[in-house]
Each structure stands twice: as C-alpha cells, then as structure tokens.
Design a protein around this ligand. Structure first.
Ligand code: NAD
Length: 240
C-alpha cells in the first residue's frame, strides 16, 4: 500500500477469514492496525499483526465511541477503515425469524454506518482517509434463499456511494464485492449450494481469502487516489 507507514487502520471482523488476512497484510506493509471482532480469537489475530485487539460488537455505537477515543489517544488519527464484519444466514422471507433479520441488518448494514459516523471526524482531522466496505455478489442480484442477507449487501453499496459523495475530497469510500470465498462463512451455505455456485463460476472454483485482500488494499492505498464511490467485484466471473 502506498504510504502505509504511519497509517492507522481499523479492520472489523478481523478474528477470522478475510478480515484477519486484511489486517495481516496492512500490518506487513507498515500500518498500525486495530482489529475488532466479537470473537475473542481477535486477541491471537492482533498478536500476529502486532496490533491492537478490541472485542466488541460492531453494531454497538458505544463500542465505536470508545474505539475512536482510545485509538486516537494511543496511535493517532485513524486513516483507514475496513468494514468487513458480517453475518450470513440462509432463509426465505416467510420462514426467517425476525430476530435473524434484525441481526443481519445490525451487523451488515447498520454497523458500517455507525463505524463511518464514528471514524470520519478523526479522518477529517488527518485530512485523509480511505474506507472500504465489504459487500457481496449477493448485492448485485436477487436470488432466492438469502433475502435478508441480500438486502443488507445491497445497502452496503448505497452507503458507500452516498458517503463517497459526502466525504470527498479528503476521504474516499469504495466497495469490494466478493463471490464465494473459502472462509467459515461459506460453510453456512451447505455443500450443495456451494457446488452450484462453483458450477456457475467461470473460473470454476471457490475463491481464497488471499485473493480478495489485494482489492481491498488497492482501494485503501494511494494507488487508488482517483477512485471513490466505485466497486471491485472479486468473484471468479460469477456475476459476469
Ligand atoms: N465468504 C464468502 O463466501 C463471502 C462472500 C461474499 C461476501 N462476504 C463478506 O465478506 C466479509 C467477511 O466474511 P468472511 O467470509 O471472512 O467470514 P467469517 O465468518 O470468517 O468472518 C466474519 C467475522 O465477522 C465477525 N463478526 C460477526 N458479527 C460481528 C459483530 N456483531 N461484531 C464484531 N464482529 C462480528 C465474526 O466473528 C467473524 O470473525 C463479510 O462481510 C461477508 O458478508 C463473504
């Protein structure tokens, strides 16, 4: 990442999967990384990154207030944010429990907004910032069987575009849309669904988390200095 040294980056959902790899990649390029997750494995993840672990719920606004206060005091102004934490559930509209719908809304849709709301004043003081929101190819189409997830991932794209317009020129906001990626989340689909998705993927396989991370790092970096409000789809051609 161009200009990584001195960058202060917050990565959510950093205890596993794509978030963990993103945090490690940022750290290896010289950023000071704050790793957030509700899962206590985030402590081990932070050790790998020589970073700071925060166990918390990304849909809790008080968590964000504390995070910004502590981070700016200890590390300086926040210059990068990756809203990666997410939850996935299969379920059609008639049978999905309202509590599940609420969970998906809070983690996937509300949390990135709360995060941006909390972090933007710090980025403005730094006079630079880059936010990457992780959506999904579910946010590009409508398929049966994951209605609530789909709705939240479409919302992430809208959030990114509105923020890109509102926060320019100092802060850029972009979206990464992964296809099927080999993390614990993909296991929730079940074997048959995943086999079907792979059959519809021109590259003919599930993606690795390490194949998504470069897109996120590029958008965070100064190499993407003229990119805001845009999207990178990393899906092996699934949505082509
Ligand atoms: N794996 C896929 O096939 C796939 C496809 C498209 C998009 N995505 C998106 O990629 C992102 C990363 O997912 P992943 O594949 O690495 O899955 P993952 O399940 O390995 O990681 C998600 C992380 O988010 C954390 N998390 C969930 N709810 C949280 C909360 N309330 N507060 C704090 N942390 C919370 C989990 O503990 C977990 O560590 C998600 O936004 C997901 O929707 C994944």
């Amino acid at each position: 990442m161009a200009r990584p040294r001195g960058a202060v980056a917050v990565v959510t959902g950093a205890a596993s999967g794509q978030g963990l790899l993103t945090a490690r990649a940022l750290a290896s390029q010289g950023a000071r990384v704050v790793l957030v997750d509700r899962d206590e494995h985030v402590y081990e993840a932070a050790e790998l990154c020589d970073g700071t672990a925060i166990v918390g719920d990304v849909s809790d606004p008080r968590m964000w207030d504390r995070l910004v206060q502590d981070t700016t005091r200890d590390l300086g102004e926040i210059t990068a944010l990756v809203n990666n934490a997410g939850v996935f559930r299969v379920g059609d509209i008639a049978t999905t429990d309202p509590r599940e719908i609420d969970l998906l809304y809070r983690v996937n849709q509300l949390a990135p907004m709360l995060a941006a709301r909390a972090v933007v004043p710090s980025m403005r003081r730094a006079r630079r910032g880059s936010i990457v929101n992780i959506s999904s190819t579910a946010g590009l189409c409508g398929r049966a069987g994951a209605v609530a997830y789909t709705a939240t991932k479409w919302a992430v794209r809208g959030l990114s575009r509105a923020l890109a317009a509102e926060l320019a020129p100092d802060i850029r906001v972009n979206t990464v849309l992964p296809g099927l990626i080999d993390t614990p989340m993909a296991a929730a689909n079940g074997f048959e669904v995943n086999t079907g998705i792979v059959a519809n993927t021109p590259l003919g396989r599930i993606g690795a988390p390490a194949e998504v991370v470069p897109a996120t790092l590029f958008l965070l970096s100064d190499h993407a200095s003229f990119l805001t409000g845009t999207e990178i789809v990393v899906d092996g051609g699934l949505s082509a």
